[in-house]
Design a protein around this ligand. Structure first.
Ligand SMILES: [Mn+2]
Length: 374
């Protein structure tokens, strides 16, 4: 830090375990850690929640890789005298697992400034006053108002949460919400700089000062925009700042409507899909048809059936497919256990999830334990 000038990096929603964790680490190493390493001055790095995708077992590769990532990040922070702030995110994702990092922080105590933040509070870093708000539930208005208005102006806010209009249906600001609060710009009237948040996976900016980092990579259809992290340059003396979005390149997921091609020869549509994927360097493509031409869709679907990178979706409403008795019976047999009085609701749910996944994702005991924690 030089004369109140701060250089910082902010990232969020890593969701370790949402995809192959080694793949996640590789992207983060090459396009996040290495970039932090290259920059000569780095005052603060924050991870604004959702490091994990859900609760994982201590022996999982996910926990190992995520811990390894944090260790590498701490090592960079040590070399650059950077303060590392780690916020907890959504409970169903982080599930208190950032506790795993307390021993890592303890180990470097006195050498690296690592702060793990599970409660909303102010953190003072090199003279900068930072409001930190993890995602918390049922805290009530007074809890937030005390921080937002009761303790004077502050330089910036980092958080994991919901900004008004960022989520469908969340259109009214509400600090008193039963679960997580919905913030608006008035709540940050005493903030002299930006509000940088995790939670929404598409990078965006609301009301000039509220920034969502977005997630650093893609792992599903429907989440297709730019990915990356935020560089922040802030002058705490003149209260000015610049945010730069650093794009991270990862696998492309594209959803494409090809109704215009549906009546062409299916072979031509197939080559169009193959060429388009190659030309645009798309890893995963979902092709949607809303116009009906069952014969052609079937040919295309059959061609791509064993291709995990191409997903053909038939959304045409008027294809009155008559199911055979055997098909109906097969479906019925598949779900017969739903009516089994000897199974508990938890057992049925676990069976359903594991059947859908095609492997044992968790046992009934796991589920009971997860529910106990909520
Ligand atoms: Mn998230």
């Amino acid at each position: 830090m030089l004369n109140g000038m701060f250089i910082e990096a902010h990232i969020a929603d890593l969701h370790f375990g949402a995809m192959e964790p080694n793949e996640q680490y590789k992207i983060l190493k090459e396009q996040f850690l290495d970039k932090l390493y290259e920059i000569p001055i780095l005052d603060i790095v924050s991870i604004c929640g959702d490091i994990f995708h859900h609760k994982f077992m201590a022996n999982s590769n996910v926990v190992y890789i995520a811990s390894y990532f944090i260790t590498q990040l701490i090592s960079i922070c040590e070399q650059k005298n950077t303060t590392l702030l780690i916020l907890s995110g959504t409970y169903s994702h982080d599930a208190d697992q950032i506790k795993l990092f307390y021993p890592l922080a303890e180990q470097v105590k006195g050498r690296v400034d690592v702060r793990i933040i599970e409660e909303a509070r102010f953190e003072y870093v090199k003279g900068k006053k930072i409001l930190c708000i993890p995602e918390l539930y049922g805290k009530g208005k007074t809890y937030y108002e005390n921080l937002l208005f009761g303790q004077g102006p502050y330089d910036m806010c980092i958080m994991h949460g919901t900004y008004v209009n960022s989520v469908y249906g969340k259109i009214v600001p509400n600090l008193d919400a039963e679960r997580e609060p919905i913030f608006c710009m008035n709540d940050f009237n005493l903030c002299l700089g930006p509000i940088i948040s995790g939670h929404i996976h598409q990078p965006q900016c609301y009301d000039k000062h509220f920034y969502y980092c977005g997630s650093p990579y893609r792992w599903q259809f429907g989440d297709e925009p730019t990915k990356g992290f935020i560089w922040l340059l802030q002058d705490t003396v003149s209260h000015t700042y610049v945010v730069k979005y650093e794009e991270i390149i990862s696998d492309k997921y594209i959803t494409l409507n090809l109704d215009d091609l549906i009546d062409n020869k299916p072979e031509d549509t197939i080559s169009f899909i193959n060429n388009y994927r190659e030309k645009e360097n798309i890893k995963y493509i979902r092709v949607v048809f809303t116009k009906s031409n069952l014969a052609n869709i079937n040919v295309i679907d059959t061609y791509f059936r064993n291709n995990k990178f191409v997903d053909i979706v038939n959304n045409s409403k008027n294809d009155n497919v008559v199911k055979t008795i055997d098909e109906v019976q097969e479906k019925y047999n598949e779900f017969e256990y739903i009516y089994d009085n000897n199974m508990t609701a938890e057992e049925k749910l676990v069976r359903y999830i594991n059947d859908c996944k095609g492997y044992v994702m968790f046992t009934t005991e796991d589920l009971v334990n997860i529910l106990k924690d909520l």
